[in-house]
Design a protein around this ligand. Sequence first.
Ligand code: ATP
Ligand code: MG
Length: 571
Amino acid sequence: MNNEPAKSENPNVTASNFIRVIIDEDLKNNKSNGRVATRFPPEPNGYLHIGHAKSICLNFGLARDYKGVCHLRFDDTNPSKEDVEYVDSIQEDVRWLGFDWGKNLFYASDYFENLFDFAVQLIKLGKAYVCDLNAEQMREYRGTLTAPGKDSPNRNRSVDENLDLFNRMRAGEFADGSRTLRAKIDMASGNINMRDPVIYRIMRASHHRTGDTWCIYPMYDFTHCLSDAIEGITHSICTLEFEDHRPLYDWVLDVLKTPCHPQQIEFARLNLNYTVMSKRRLLELVTNKYVSGWDDPRMPTVCGLRRRGFTPESIRDFCDRIGVAKRDSMVDVALLEHCLREDLNKRSPRVMGVLHPLKVIIDNYPEDSSEELDAINNPEDLSAGSRRLPFCRELFIEQDDFREAPPKKYYRLFPGNEVRLRYAYYITCQSFVKDAAGAVVELHCTYDPATRGGSAPDNRQVKSTIHWVSARHAVTAEVRLYDNLFTSEIPGGASAEADWKADLNPDSLHVLSDCRLEPGLISAAPGSRFQFERVGYFCADLDSQPGKPVFNRTVTLRDTWAKIEQKQKNI
Ligand code: ATP
Ligand code: MG
C-alpha cells in the first residue's frame, strides 16, 4: 500500500498559521524555556465531532511538530451531563484519528481539591465572596451589554464569614442553587464575564469519577485556566467564543500568582454545511431517534464518520487544508468528501457490486460451465495484486446499464449493442423479457469467446465497459445509501433556533436489500473499505452477519469539489 506520509504528517509542509507564528516568536524569546505544551480539553457530555477533530489535529499537530506534548484533559466539572460512556468514546476517537497523549491523560476532577484551595486563597485575598442571590436575582444584578451591573448585597462580607460559608457550602449545609462563590472583580466592567462571575455552585449530582464526594462544583472559567496552569500548558488554544473570557482567564492566574501562566489563543471553529455540530443538537438527534445513534453514518461525529468509512488520514488532510483562521467561516462538505475520495482512491481495493440487479443470460455460454477470470485489485496500486472472479451463464448487471430505447450518447446495453464486461468478455444484447408491469426483468445476450479478458483480437472497439457479477456465485447484501442529513446548508437558518429539525432530509437514508456482490465480499470484515467499480466507495458495516454482509456507501465517485476547483482555475 501507499507508505508515503500524508501531508499533515510532515512538519516541513504543514502550512504556517497565526498560532505557529506566535509559538515561533515565543520559542525565539525562550518563553516557557522553549517548551510547547498544548491540550485538548473535551467535556465528556457527548461524542466528538468533526469540529473537535479540527481542534485535535491542531493541538496534537503542534505538539508533534514542535516536539512538545499535548495533554488529553477531560473538562468534567458538570456531572449532571457527563458520563463515562463519553469519556471512553472520546479516547477511542482521538486514538483512531492517529494521536497519542502518552502518559498525559488528565481530568479536571482530579484537581477538585486543588481548585478548592485556590478558591480559599482567593477569599483570603479578598477576591472572592459567597453570594446569596438566586439565579434570577443574579441575572437582574448582572446588568446588560449597555448598562452596568449592581453590586451583590453580599459583596462586602468579611473574609472570615466568606471562609465559614464556603466551607459550609462544601459540607452540604445549603440547598442547591441557594449560594454561590463569586470572584470579586468589577460589576461595572464592559465585559460581562468580569462582573463578579460565579466560580463555584452548589449541585448535588453524583460525579462519574468523584462520586458523591462533592456537592459544590467549580465553574468552567475558574477550572480551565487553573487546570492549564497546574499542568504547565504553554499555549491554551480554544475557539473564538472564549475571546471575551480571556481577561477572566488572565485575572484568575494573575491574582493567584500561579508559577505557570499559559497564553490563551483563540481560533475560528469549524462550521460545515448541511449538518449541525452543537453537542446539544447532536444529542437531540440521538435521543429523539432521528438517527440510529451517535455513530449513525450520517452523523458528523468521529464515530459516525468512521462507521461511514472515512479514514483518519482523510480527516487529518481535511483539517490541514481548512487551516486555522481568526474569523468564522463555513466549509463546504464537498471538500471533506474530496479529501476522502483522494485517500480512498489510493488505498481501496476495487470490487464489483451491483446495487440494482438485472439478470443477464448468455445464451451461447454452456449451461453447466463456469470459469475464473483475472481482475486487478487496484489500478492505482499494482502491489495490491489481482483476484479471480467466477463467470457463468447467468449474470447480474446494473439496471441502469440497459435501455430498451437508448437516448443519444447512451453506449451501454440496448438491443443489438455490444459492450465489454469488465475483465470478462464482449457481450451483445439480443432480446429482453418484461414482467406483467412492463419492467425489464431479464436480458438475453451472446458473448464472443474470442474476447476473453476484455479485448477483441480484431481490435474492434466497444464504447462502454460495465460491471457485473456471476448470478450463481454472487453474495446478496444490504447496501445503505446516505445523503446529507439536512436539506439546507445552515439547518434552521443562521439565527432561528426553533426550527432546525424542520430541515432534516427525509431522504438521507436509502436501504437496498437485494444487492449482488462478487463472492469474496461475503466475509468482508466490518470497517473494511472498497471501491465498487463505477458505483462508489463502500465500507462493511457492523451489522454484517455471516453470509449476509451489510455495506455503507461512504461516498459516490462524483467529485463536486474537484469541479468547483477546476471552475475557479478557469475563471
Ligand atoms: P458544543 O458547543 O457543541 O457543546 P464544545 O465546544 O462545548 O462543543 P468541548 O467538549 O468543550 O465542546 O470541546 C472541546 C474542544 O474542542 C474545545 O477546545 C473546543 O473549543 C473545541 N471545539 C469544539 N467544537 C469545535 C469546532 N466546531 N471547531 C473547532 N474546535 C471545536
Ligand atoms: Mg465546551
